[in-house]
Design a protein around this ligand. Structure first.
Ligand code: GLU
Length: 417
């Protein structure tokens, strides 16, 4: 067993290699998929509130543009690296192909601690970043959205900076915007709703109802908190949750309404009165039906995978399971709904938002949610049909489904030399 940190890009490449071999992917296409099309590194001087200048590092990576403009979020986090952004961009290529929306894969990030920045600093940092990557983004080139450490306000600054430069309204340049700037109803909860839809499908595959199932959720950001709320409303019993400060549990079921109120007041799940403290590492191996890792990469590794007791893992985060853990989970009969399917609800509603912006015609929330169910259940069925056909695990099944779709498009286009 090794405790070496797992490089997320190498993790993406490891799954891609297994999927490509099983599928029999053309060698030229395999080589193309192994490296991103374009990686941009920018230095961002920002005037801080104390009068000093700081220089931040930002990235924007476009992994593959065959099926459409690049699509993917912008992450603000101290652990952002070029390899992490490259991995996330590639996962967006596969994710958009799994749900079959007409985009390629992109991702951006800035190395910073968003919690220590004032609103003004965050705004100046965002605007400088967008000005620097201006030439490679746009509604038909690359469409950012939110991710860890960014939100609808950040997307509003992206929109404004871009529009000021092009001197016209181009609200399809970014998704996850506030409603008043052309955002879509249902986008804020879309990733959590996708987790709900795929969790229900996975339980159905096991012949079990979602109502009454016990759930543990790791991470209480946008994805974790929305998934918690929606799973609770669907009748599941949430018995353990965690965030970066700690974990809590209540085997009788947490009072989610009261918990959400506690989190909005204190910004953490810890200290919630209706629960006991739990070791955050123990949450991943807690006795539940459904485990939702919705925090960050490499949480389920070869070390803790043998101890996972959940029947189903629904990956709300990107890359929460290290490649070496997959065979262990498969061997132990744990049904993994892989990230590129489970958390694709966000980018699916981002696609709906981009469509609405370009139509100039906005949909009711009910229409958004119904279409999301349609896209996600199709993607789930297609992923598991591929998994069964190739007698593999669902992650490799999802990769094969995705690379087949991208490969078909690439074959039609050919290589421009
Ligand atoms: N950042 C989200 C993801 O990883 C959303 C991307 C998007 O909507 O473009 O899927």
């Amino acid at each position: 067993m090794s405790n070496a940190p797992i490089n997320p890009y190498e993790a993406m490449q490891a799954s891609l290699r297994v999927a490509s071999e099983l599928y029999g992917l053309d060698d030229a296409l395999f080589k193309v998929f192994m490296a991103p099309t374009r990686s941009m590194i920018v230095s961002l001087p920002v005037l801080m509130d104390n009068g000093q200048w700081e220089v931040f590092t930002g990235y924007r990576v476009q992994h593959n543009l065959t099926r459409g403009p690049a699509k993917g979020g912008i992450r603000y986090d101290l652990n952002v690296t070029l390899d992490e952004v490259k991995a996330m961009a590639a996962w967006m290529t596969w994710k958009t192909a799994v749900v079959d929306v007409p985009f390629g894969g992109g991702k951006g990030g800035i190395v910073c601690d968003p919690n220590s920045l004032s609103m003004g600093e965050k705004e100046r940092l965002t605007r400088r970043y967008i000005a620097e990557i201006m030439d490679i983004i746009g509604p038909d080139r690359d469409v950012p959205a939110q991710d860890m450490g960014t939100d609808a306000q950040t997307m509003a600054w992206v929109l404004d900076t871009y529009n000021m430069h092009v001197r016209r309204t181009e609200n399809a340049v970014v998704t996850g915007k506030p409603l008043s700037l052309g955002g879509s109803l249902g986008r804020n909860e879309a990733t959590g709703r996708g987790v709900l839809i795929t969790a229900r499908e996975a339980m159905q595959r096991l012949g079990k109802p979602l109502a009454g199932a016990t759930v543990a959720v790791q991470g209480f950001g946008n994805v974790g908190s929305q998934a918690t709320r929606l799973l609770h409303e669907a009748g599941a019993r949430i018995i353990a949750v965690s965030d970066s400060k700690g974990a809590i549990k209540n085997d009788r079921g947490l009072d989610i309404h009261a918990l959400l109120k506690h989190v909005s007041e204190t910004k953490t799940v810890t200290g919630f009165k209706g629960a006991e403290a739990l070791d955050p590492a123990a949450l991943l191996t807690y006795q539940v039906d459904i485990l939702v890792p919705a925090a960050t990469e490499n949480q389920i590794t070869e070390d803790n995978a043998p101890k996972v007791r959940a029947k189903v893992i629904v990956e709300g985060a990107n890359g929460p399971t290290a490649p070496a853990a997959d065979p262990i989970l498969q061997e132990n009969g744990v049904l993994v709904v892989p990230d590129i399917l489970a958390n694709a609800g966000g980018v699916t509603v981002s696609y709906f938002e981009w469509v609405q912006n370009r139509q100039g015609f906005y949909w009711r929330e009910r229409e958004v949610n119904e279409r999301l169910v349609d896209y996600m259940t199709h993607a789930f069925q297609a992923t598991f049909a591929t998994t069964d056909k190739y007698k593999t695990n669902p992650r490799i099944g999802a990769y094969i489904l995705a690379l087949d779709r991208v490969a078909q498009a690439m074959k039609y286009r050919g290589f421009y030399a």
